[in-house]
Design a protein around this ligand. Structure first.
Ligand code: ARG
Length: 400
């Protein structure tokens, strides 16, 4: 690429790829490289990351704490939409990418940079998500994807790093990990064979269910308009609830996901995740929705929930329909207020109780102990009318 760029802002994780990218970009473009690390709740040594950035040749480093923003602008809508991609993955990585992209653009504008860069590969989803944010927020900025361009394999990368004195801590890392408040993604290594059971060393947030406590743990989650606000009656900010649940449910071995995933790029991958808090919240919240939404609301929402997860997974965070859906979801979950009681036990979570001032369920109507309503006559009339076209068409087509 014969681009004329003088200042590049790089989304910097601190890993081997993006560290090598700093030096590679500098050499290739003869440009200044500014690094941006966004704290979305990954448990990292940010001081060490900064040092590595400078050692690799960054002229300036930004560490941006975006945890609160991640919760407010990304996790809350995901909770409202019960977001589980293909019924399994709570989208931690997919939700964080547009936010990281947004922060990179903020820095690029402030620094007057003429290009931005990311460390995603040509096989993955993250390249699409980063570039979607770059294009939506700064349509004219140049985008550079060094890992897609340089054609080095792992060994050559390590060589490249060593030659330039870039410290590499993860030469021996077994998996590719991406983590934030909402989930921990684990891929690569042994996991690439979908027949291999994920080894215990893939997991960090959850214990082996066999090692979990012998007694179950009961928790009551309180929701207000679809968002969790308390655990066991103790009011907390959502970020604290997430941290607390990651810890509690993780201790009970709950929150592991093993998933054959359809990527944006037309290939499949075997993905393993840990998401104790996300799964606890989503399972409880879906249950509460069944108590307070009517049948039509529930059915429409169920379809839109899936659609929302697909959109966000596919890198379309900035598509207007996502924003419109968020408004609709907010409205639809206004009455999703109440308590859900869950039981954690050796790797499982079961909802064992729910209650809400907005419940549509009414024991007096539904109970078998109450008056026989509807009456036999009413029931006959209802069934006749309900089945009419179905019975007629069945007879015409299959029972001639
Ligand atoms: N498959 C997940 C996603 O596309 C996780 C990707 C994890 N990324 C990584 N660099 N390990 O959202």
């Amino acid at each position: 690429m014969k681009e004329n760029v003088s200042k590049i802002v790089l989304a910097y994780s601190g890993g081997l790829d993006t560290s090598v990218a700093i030096a590679w970009l500098k050499e290739k473009f003869n440009a200044e490289v500014i690094t941006v690390t966004v704290d979305v709740g990954q448990k990292e040594d940010f001081k060490a990351i900064e040092e590595r950035a400078y050692k690799a040749g960054a002229s300036k480093h930004y560490l941006i704490d975006a945890k609160e923003e991640f919760v407010e602008k990304y996790i809350k809508p995901a909770i409202r939409a019960n977001a589980l991609y293909e019924g399994a993955y709570p989208l931690g990585t997919a939700l964080a990418r547009p936010l990281i992209g947004e922060k990179v653009i903020e820095v690029a504008k402030k620094e007057g940079a003429d290009a931005v860069a990311h460390g995603a590969t040509s096989k993955g989803n993250d390249q699409v998500r980063f570039e979607a944010a770059f294009k939506a927020l700064a349509p004219d900025i140049k985008i550079i994807a060094p890992i897609r361009m340089w054609g080095m394999n792992r060994k050559e990368e390590v060589e490249f790093a060593k030659k330039r004195g870039i410290p590499i801590s993860e030469e021996s890392k077994k998996y590719s990990i991406d983590e934030n408040l909402w989930s921990r993604s684990i891929e690569g290594g042994e996991l690439e064979d979908p027949w291999n059971e994920p080894p215990e060393d893939a997991f960090e947030w959850t214990v082996d269910p066999r090692e979990a406590p012998e007694e179950p743990l009961y928790l009551t989650l309180t929701f207000e308009s679809g968002i969790p606000v308390a655990i066991n009656g103790e009011k907390m900010k959502l970020i604290e609830i997430i941290n607390r649940l990651n810890e509690l449910a993780g201790k009970y071995g709950y929150g592991r996901i093993d998933h054959m995933e359809n990527r944006v790029v037309g290939l499949k991958s075997r993905e393993v995740y840990e998401a104790p808090a996300a799964l606890t919240i989503l399972v409880a919240k879906k249950d509460l929705e069944k108590l307070v939404l009517n049948k039509r609301e529930y059915r429409v929402k169920r379809g839109l929930d899936d659609y929302w997860a697909d959109l966000v997974y596919d890198g379309l965070w900035f598509d207007p329909i996502r924003i419109e859906l968020d408004n609709f979801m907010e409205r639809l979950t206004e009455n999703v207020t109440g308590d859900v009681k869950v039981k954690l036990y050796k790797g499982s979570l079961t909802v064992v109780g729910r209650r809400s001032p907005f419940a549509i369920y009414d024991k007096a109507i539904s109970s078998y102990d109450s008056q026989w309503f509807p009456s036999d006559e009413m029931a006959r009339g209802f069934i006749d009318a309900w089945l009419m076209d179905s019975v007629i068409s069945f007879r015409k087509k299959f029972a001639r």
